[in-house]
Design a protein around this ligand. Structure first.
Ligand SMILES: Cc1ncc(COP(=O)(O)O)c(C=O)c1O
Length: 459
């Protein structure tokens, strides 16, 4: 597959022209910086415009390559992560319509921020049952059917929004949820920040392939791409208004920097070449098999794992309750063995794997876990610490609460006060209380469980 952005940058670097344009390093700089700075340019002549790609322009051509790989009607690049892509997706979904979205509660904080900026009102779908973590809520297509059937036709939300896979790798049944959305003629938007690679599995379980209308993927989270690189994909089976490149670019530029990083664009471009290579795809699928085997080896050592048919293949989530330790304790122990993890909370540790990991990495992980297990003197019978996610009462819109005068107060004094800036556990930035909601006793207890001791409330 061609790499027009990378080729342009290489040619430009080799030409060694005298740069009277941004950025300030002029392709030079200290020894360290000069190893990357020659590729770091601005939208100079020939370099196309991210938000106004021209026919035959290098960015437009590269995006078409990505679109071909993801079998989308349209794929556009973001150099500001899924954070920018999902703002764009939400803007497109509500433009000219009711600014109301039905969303599963375990959203990333960037969704809340987008709702504040666009002034979207959210109806939340909470889990019916107790959860083990705020990151995961298991909702079925029936939950969406029940929720949507309660609206009058004229008051239906403009879109349904789900986060899958979530931070712990749990995947929702996109296919069935999409059937429900189709019945109500509502687009299904998917935060697929963690699942770009799902498109390249032998059983393609990428949201576009399962019926999503639009989705955002953080290429940088699971593909060989620099941090910040992400896609907004538009399905071939969605409304024509979403498929218009001009509309999508127009929407994205509202929220984006006017100085997109060509380093990130080049890495998205190079990613296309890697993803069109059969060897890489075989390696990816073999890595999934290897991780499956790794999970069994880890269980044999005596660790509990999240492992279900609904878990995405490249996340490894170690559960620590039975060991009598906190997830963060295990993370620090692993760090002492030079194993660096993605995230830990009170009961789990998340490791993210890609084809760039190899057998040496897996063996190092296994021997670290063996040593840690044998050094643990504590045991615990706690096998289930499930709790209920609270459903705080909504008193103000997200936007009004966020833009109101606010003050920071100790959590104990927050009872009955309206939340100004959403309170998230970060990472993974899942909000426990959203701007405009009221702090009740149960919510305060939940926040303390996550060591949150002060909050911003509306004055
Ligand atoms: C579920 C989810 N959605 C969206 C985002 C934002 O993605 P990005 O960091 O690419 O902007 C994240 C980041 O961690 C995430 O976990």
């Amino acid at each position: 597959m061609k790499t027009p952005i990378y080729d342009f940058l290489t040619e430009y670097k080799n030409k060694s022209g005298i740069r009277f344009h941004m950025p300030g390093h002029k392709g030079r700089g200290s020894d360290e910086l000069s190893s990357v700075s020659p590729f770091d340019i601005t939208e100079i002549s020939g370099a196309d415009f991210l938000f106004n790609t021209s026919d035959g322009g290098i960015i437009g051509e590269s995006e078409k390559n990505a679109s071909q790989l993801f079998n989308s009607a349209l794929t556009v690049y973001s150099t500001e992560g899924s954070t920018l892509a999902l703002k764009t997706m939400l803007f497109l979904a509500v433009k000219g319509k009711r600014k109301k979205i039905l969303a599963a509660r375990n959203v990333h904080k960037s969704f809340i921020n987008a709702c504040a900026l666009i002034d979207i009102d959210v109806d939340w779908l909470f889990p019916g049952e107790a959860v083990d973590s705020v990151c995961t809520i298991r909702l079925s297509a029936d939950d969406f059917e029940n929720a949507l059937s309660n609206y009058k036709k004229s008051e239906l939300p403009s879109a349904v929004y789900i986060t899958t896979p979530d931070y712990l790798g749990n995947m929702l049944d996109i296919h069935s949820i999409s059937d429900v959305c189709k019945k109500y003629e509502i687009p299904l938007l998917v935060d697929n920040a963690h699942g770009a690679y799902l498109n390249f599995l032998s059983n393609n379980i990428h949201p576009l392939n399962l019926g999503a209308d639009m989705c955002c993927d953080s290429a940088h989270k699971t593909l060989p791409c620099l941090t910040g690189g992400a896609y907004l994909h538009i399905s071939k089976n969605t409304k024509d208004e979403f498929k218009s490149r001009a509309n999508v670019k127009e929407a994205m530029q509202i929220f984006a920097t006017t100085s997109p990083s060509y380093l990130i664009l080049a890495s998205l471009d190079l990613c296309n070449r890697i993803l069109s290579n059969k060897e890489y795809i075989d390696k990816l699928n073999n890595t999934c098999k290897r991780v499956n085997a790794l999970k069994n080896e880890i269980k044999l050592i005596g660790f509990d794992l999240i492992d279900s048919p609904h878990t995405e293949p490249l996340k490894l989530v170690l559960l620590t309750n039975k060991l009598g330790i906190d997830g963060k304790e295990l993370l620090y122990m692993l760090e002492k063995h030079n194993i660096c993890c993605e995230y830990a909370d009170i009961s789990s540790v998340v490791l993210m794997i890609s084809p760039e990991n190899n057998d040496n990495d897996f063996n190092a992980l296994l021997s670290a876990l063996k040593e840690i297990k044998s050094s643990l003197s504590r045991t615990s019978n706690i096998s289930n610490t499930a709790f209920n996610i609270t459903k705080p009462e909504k008193k103000m819109s997200i936007r009004n609460a966020l833009f109101s005068k606010s003050e920071n107060i100790p959590i104990e004094k927050a009872l009955g006060r309206i939340c100004s800036s959403s309170v998230s556990i970060c990472p993974p930035c899942i909000p426990l209380v959203v701007s405009g909601e009221v702090f009740d006793r149960k919510t305060i207890n939940l926040l303390k469980r996550y060591s949150i001791f002060s909050v911003n409330v509306v004055k």
